[in-house]
Design a protein. Structure first.
Length: 201
């Protein structure tokens, strides 16, 4: 029994170490790009050894691939939870717009977006494709929300992209505090009401 328990603790520590290495690598890839980061630097940032990195990952490329997989998985979950057209929040303009701010401000999305901008990263094409897909999903959800509130399809299509681009640029320009997000959210909703002639509740 004691041996089994000890083995369980070692496994847990191993998982923690793997996650720590992955998070450290993600932060370095974000700040400097794939090519500029060395395994030695990843090990140092993870407060471990170079051998520990290779015990958990085949090489730097394998580590980067796992960072990408983790990012895409987390973003998919964020999108399903907050931006899905089937979400109950879509009927509530305030909470729906706020959920888009929260998605674009989450650390995982920010990391994915910034990594996708590094042309030296050979393996970022899946991230670029997923980011574009997320943008399309969000725009489609905004469009559906506007149509559900009585806006004609042509106007809803144009306005949904305008709303999306404003939110995305606001969030990616710099981190926003909760107060700033609420203020910007209100400004977006007011803009929507003015453009559609107060058709929205």
């Amino acid at each position: 029994m004691k041996k089994t328990a000890a083995r369980g603790r070692v496994t847990a520590r191993g998982v923690d170490r793997r996650n720590q290495i992955r998070e450290a690598a993600a932060a370095l890839f974000l700040s400097r790009g794939y090519d500029a980061v060395t395994v030695d630097e990843i090990a140092k940032a993870a407060k471990g050894s170079k051998s520990a990195v290779y015990e958990n990952f085949s090489d730097k490329s394998g580590l980067f691939s796992e960072v990408v997989i983790f990012i895409l998985s987390d973003i998919d979950k964020q999108t399903r939870d907050h931006i899905s057209p089937n979400s109950e929040k879509i009927s509530d303009l305030d909470s729906f717009i706020d959920s888009i701010y929260r998605l674009y401000q989450c650390d995982t999305y920010s990391l994915a977006y910034r990594l996708s901008l590094h042309p030296s990263n050979a393996d970022v094409e899946p991230i670029r494709i997923r980011i574009e897909s997320i943008h399309d999903d969000v725009i489609a959800s905004i469009n559906l929300m506007l149509c559900n509130h009585g806006l004609d399809s042509i106007s809803a299509s144009a306005l949904s992209r305008l709303i999306h681009d404003h939110i995305a640029l606001s969030c990616l320009r710099r981190p926003m505090s909760s107060r700033e997000r609420v203020s910007d959210n209100k400004a977006v909703i007011e803009l929507v009401r003015n453009l559609v002639g107060n058709k929205l509740p």
